[in-house]
Structure formats: structure tokens, C-alpha cells
Ligand binder design. Sequence first.
Ligand code: C5P
Length: 411
Amino acid sequence: MNTAHLRFPCFLGRRVHLGVTGSISAYKSLELLRLLVDSQISVSATLTSSGQRFIGAESFQALGAVAVHTTMFPDVPTDDPFAHLTPSRAADAFVIAPATANILAKIAHGIADDMLSTQALAFRGPLILAPAMNPAMWAAPATRENWRTVLERGGVGVGPAAGAVACGDTGEGRLSPVEHIFAAVLRALSPKDLLGRNILVTLGPTREPWDAVRFLSNPSSGLMGACLAVSAWMRGATVNVVAGPTSFDFPPGITVTPVNTAQEMLTAASELFPAADIACCTAAVCDFRPVPPASGAERKLKKRDLGSCLPSIELLANPDILRTLGATKRHGQTLIGFAAETDDLLAQAKLKLAEKHLDLIVANRVGVPGSGFESATNAVTVLDRTGRVEQWPELPKTEVAWRIWDLLQHL
Ligand code: C5P
């Protein structure tokens, strides 16, 4: 899965405790560990005795966990006799993935009969639980009640997902995608300075069909918009995404409306805009759409039908979504646009800021390495409605997104 939109560099030195319980999906916790370690997060781990039947402590050590606990009373005394309290004293977040029905029951009832349940009982910070179990166990009235209890007390639930489980049954009980669990951990570690804001993000390219199999589009990956959407959600906002075709999967807390064409994007964005406090149009909307060939948009135009004549493609203008939103902007709404330019960057950006009634425009050069389409980084110049201009160095798009929300707090 594409995780480029989750690679935020701002969690350096934060501490997370990872609990792993006995499920066939326990091996997936190693992927979670990798994502956390890659984000410069310091991870300690505890494996329950049944967790260790599926996966070994050595793997967690090898992949960078700073401490791995496997029992409350090790044969050889460790240098931390209060390890059952260490996460409550040191960790910024505690995640249990996979979480069995057993650990949920223990947490709901305050049972502390092994290292993990004792650590969880003592922990007061954000507790993220990603259940994994047989669908009948998940549906059992006792599990339902335990789950309600842990959520009511402030636990953050991720999943479970529906589908086929290891025993051959189908239903709710699969461990959620690791990326969703990872995103929930990052959210738990983030400030909530966008809480209460409703944010609309358009992203990705649009795809304008010509005939049944051909279309006009551009190489936008949608990464910049995906980073803005995810970081806004992590910082507490309610986020609606209108997405052209992209490869990104979003955490379930973000509502995504998938679209293809500019016209569909305009319809979806116009519906969501009235309720939005902030709209951020990052989509690389095709300015033109082809007029279908005479044989019709629903058929594939065949070479054989053409003889020796090449077809010519006629274009129609597409709506400008950002401009349309800008024209209906009400007092208190903030509108952010992007400008991808090959030349006259600043002048073009200033013009668009004024013409499209924007509060902020983020301009970048396209056609240079390290910036623009399909790049993981961006070197942008930011202009706001008050005339402030800032030029930022080449930064990961995740970092650019984070800084845009920072900047907006002072607009
Ligand atoms: O005018 P230009 O296409 O360069 O403007 C770029 C900005 O306008 C981006 O924020 C883009 O998302 C938005 N846009 C739009 N609808 C269009 C064209 C651009 O929303 N048809």
C-alpha cells in the first residue's frame, strides 16, 4: 500500500508502547513497528505469552524496538524492575495490535495478570486498540460490552475490518490495515489545533474520457492533497476529500468522495463547500475535456474504422472549481489554492490569489527535480491575502502540509 502520505517527519523522539497479543495476525505488528521506527518514533513492546506462539521477541528487537517484554517475572532480572509501569511513565501512546477478545476483556475489567494487561491498566495516555479475532467472538455479547466500555473510557478503536479470517469464517474480525493503525497512532501523538474545523480537500488528477477506453489526464499523484488531508485529520479536523484517481488509501476517519472528471469534482466539492470552514484545492484539474468521437463516448474507436485518416481531438473548457468556490465564498471561509507554474511563478501566483478570491496560495515550479508532480518533496512559495510571501526550502510534502496548517493559524 502507498504510505507516502503518512510519512510525517515531525514525530522524532516520541515514544510509543506496542502490545501484541495471540492472533494469527500478530506478524503484522512487525510492519506497524517498522512504520513507527521509520518515523523516528521510539518503540518499546510487550508480547503476551500467546502472542509469542505466533511471533518472537527477537524480531521486534531486530527491527528496532528499544525494549521488548515477554513476561512479568523474567528468569534473569532486568535492569528495569518497574517495567510494568514504564509505559505509563514514558510512553506518549500505547497501541495494542492485534488485540484479542481476552485483552479487551482484561482492559474493560481492570484485570492485570500479566505484563501487557498490567502496563495497560497503569497507562493514562491515549490507548489505541486494533482488535483481531474470529467473527463469532467479536459478535459475542460479552466482547461487544467490553468494547463499548473501553471506547467509553476514551480508548481509540481501529477496526476490526470485515472479510475472510484465518479459520475460514467470514465477517467482522480481521485486523485493520496496518496503515490505518499507524495513522491512528500518529493522530494520538498530534496536537488538536484544528479541532472543530471542517476541511474540504480536492486532490489528484481528473480523468476526462474521450471514448470508452481512452482519456485525457495528467501525472498528478495526489500526494500533496493527501498529506494535507491526513495532517488536518491528525490535528483534529473533520476532513472531506474529493479525490480524482489516486493510489492513496485514507484512514477511515476521513470521508472520501471518489470522482473521475472535473465536472464530477465540481459537483462533489460544491456540495461540501457550504459546510466547510476551509477548502484546499490541490487537485490538478484538467482544464479541457475531449469531445467524444463521432462513434460515441460509450464505444471504443477502432483503428480499422478509420482507414488511413487519423482522428483529431476537439477540446471543451472544463469548469474552474477553485474559482467557482471562490465566487461563492462566505465570510469566515478560508480558501487555499495551488499554482504549478513553469515560469513567472510569483506573478502568476499573485494573479491567481486575487482572481480566485483566495486567502492563501501555494506556488511551486513544475518541471524541476524535487518539486511538483510525482515528487515526494516540494519547494514552494506561499503567498497570503495580507501580502505576506514566504519561500520554503525543498521539504517532504508531509512537512509542507504540516507547515501550511501552522501558517493558517496566524492568517
Ligand atoms: O489556474 P490554475 O489551474 O493554475 O490554478 C491552480 C489552482 O486552481 C489549483 O488550486 C487547482 O486545484 C485549482 N483548479 C481548479 N479547477 C480547475 C483548474 C484549477 O480547482 N479547473
